[in-house]
Design a protein around this ligand. Structure first.
Ligand code: NDP
Length: 342
C-alpha cells in the first residue's frame, strides 16, 4: 500500500517514513529538492535493504496546484500524510509569507489535489498541532485543554514569529476542516495535534550542531549561565516524543477508530527547570556542566506555567497507550547529539 508523505526532510516526517518502511509500506516522499532528499534516501536504503521509497520534488507547497502532478502520476496513492508546514524562525520575510500562506495554502492545495485527481485515496492525516488547541493569554494555564478546544487566535493580532507560527497552525487546521465538510470528500480526515516534540533525530549521520526548532530549545537551556540559581521557566509547555508522534500518524491510517479523529497527544508537562533537573540527574555528558536552577521549585513552576489537559478520550479509544517519558526523550537527544558532535 502506498503512502504519500509530504515534507519528508523534516524532523517528524523522517520518523514517520521510518516506521512506514519498517511496516513494509511503499512510500512516496516529497522534498523541496534532490540535494535535500538524497542523504535521506541513502539512509533509508541502508537501513531497510529492499524498501520501496521514492521522492518527488515539491519546491513550495503554497504554490497553486503544487500537488496535482504527483496525484496524476501516482494513482496508487491510498494514504496521505501531510506534515510539511513552516516551522523555522528568523526568515526575515513578512509573517504572512513565512507562515500563514504556506501552512494554509499548502494544506488546501493537497486536499484540492486529492479531491480532483485521487478518488482512490481513503485516508488523509494532517500534522496539526497543540497550537490549534491551546488557549491564549490567562486561560493557557487554567483551561483544561482537550481535542474539543480551539485556539481562536486572530491573525490581525499576530505581532511576532512565535504567534505567527501558532496562528498558521490554527488557521490551517480550521480551513482544512471547512474544506473537508464543504466538499463532502470520499476520504476520511484525521489530524494529529502534538504538543512540543522532543527526541532524537531519525538518523545519526544527519545530526548537526544545530537541531530542529523544538529540540534546539534544549541546547539553549544547556547554555544558561552555570552559576544561575534562579528557578527556570523558559517555557511552560507539554512535551511528547517524536517516536510517539510518528506512531500516532501510522495509527491514524491503520486504526478505524482514529480515522476521523482530532488526535491531541501529550506525555507530560515541561519547563526549563524540569529539563535542567532531568539533564543534571540523568545525562552523563552534561552532569555538573550546566546550571541547576532551583530544583525545589520544579513542581510549582509546572503548576503555574504549564497547560492543564485531558486526552483520555483518545487514549481510551485505542485501549491505552504508554508514552515515552520526557526523561527518555532528553537522554536520547543528548546521547546522540554528543556522539555525533564530538
Ligand atoms: P521541520 O522544520 O523539521 O519540518 C518541516 C518540513 O516542512 C520540512 O521538510 C520543510 O522543508 C517542509 N516545508 C516547510 N515549508 C515548506 C514549503 N513552503 N514548501 C515545501 N516544504 C515546506 O519541522 P517538524 O518536523 O518539527 O514539523 C513537522 C510538522 O509538525 C509541522 O506541520 C509542524 O507544524 C508540526 N508540529 C511540530 C511540532 C514540534 O514541536 N516539532 C509540534 C507540533 C506540530 P525544508 O526543511 O526544506 O524547508
Amino acid at each position: 500500500k502506498t503512502v504519500l508523505v509530504t515534507g519528508t526532510t523534516g524532523f517528524i516526517a523522517q520518523h514517520i517514513v521510518d516506521k512506514l518502511l519498517q511496516k513494509k509500506y511503499r512510500v512516496i516522499g516529497t522534498a523541496r529538492s534532490e540535494i535535500k532528499y538524497q542523504p535521506l534516501l541513502k539512509e533509508y536504503k541502508n537501513k531497510y535493504l529492499n524498501c520501496e521509497i521514492i521522492f518527488e520534488i515539491v519546491e513550495d507547497i503554497s504554490i497553486d496546484n503544487a500537488f496535482d502532478e504527483i496525484f496524476i502520476k501516482h494513482p496508487e496513492i491510498i494514504y496521505v500524510i501531510h506534515t510539511a508546514s513552516p516551522f523555522i524562525y528568523g526568515l526575515n520575510k513578512p509573517l504572512e509569507d513565512s507562515f500563514l500562506k504556506p501552512a494554509v495554502d499548502g494544506t488546501l492545495n493537497i486536499l484540492k489535489a486529492i479531491s480532483k485527481y485521487a478518488p482512490q485515496v481513503t485516508n488523509v492525516v494532517l500534522t496539526s498541532s497543540f497550537a490549534a488547541i491551546k488557549q491564549m493569554g490567562k486561560s493557557y494555564t487554567t483551561h483544561i485543554h482537550s481535542n474539543k478546544s480551539w485556539n481562536l487566535i486572530n491573525w490581525n493580532a499576530v505581532k511576532n514569529e512565535t504567534d505567527a507560527y501558532i496562528a498558521s497552525k490554527a488557521y490551517a487546521e480550521k480551513e482544512a476542516r471547512k474544506f473537508y465538510e464543504k466538499e463532502n470528500s470520499n476520504f476520511k480526515l484525521a489530524t494529529v495535534n502534538p504538543t512540543y516534540v522532543f527526541g532524537p533525530q531519525c538518523f545519526d549521520n544527519l545530526v548537526g550542531p544545530i537541531l530542529n526548532v523544538s529540540n534546539e530549545i534544549l541546547n539553549t537551556i544547556t547554555k544558561i549561565d552555570k552559576d544561575n540559581k534562579l528557578p527556570q521557566v523558559i517555557f511552560g509547555a507539554l512535551a511528547i516524543d517524536v517516536r510517539d508522534v510518528a506512531e500516532f500518524h501510522i495509527k491514524a491510517i491503520e486504526d478505524p477508530k482514529l480515522f476521523s479523529e482530532r488526535i491531541f497527544i501529550a506525555s507530560e508537562p515541561v519547563t526549563g527547570q524540569k529539563v535542567l533537573d532531568i539533564l543534571n540527574s540523568s545525562c552523563n555528558d552534561l552532569q555538573g556542566k550546566i546550571a541547576k536552577g532551583d530544583p525545589t521549585m520544579t513542581q510549582q513552576l509546572i503548576d503555574e506555567n504549564c497547560p492543564k489537559y485531558d486526552i483520555s478520550n483518545i487514549i481510551n479509544l485505542i485501549g491505552g497507550y504508554e508514552f515515552i517519558t520526557l526523561k527518555q526523550s532528553l537522554c536520547d537527544v543528548f546521547e546522540q547529539y554528543f556522539r555525533m558532535n564530538s
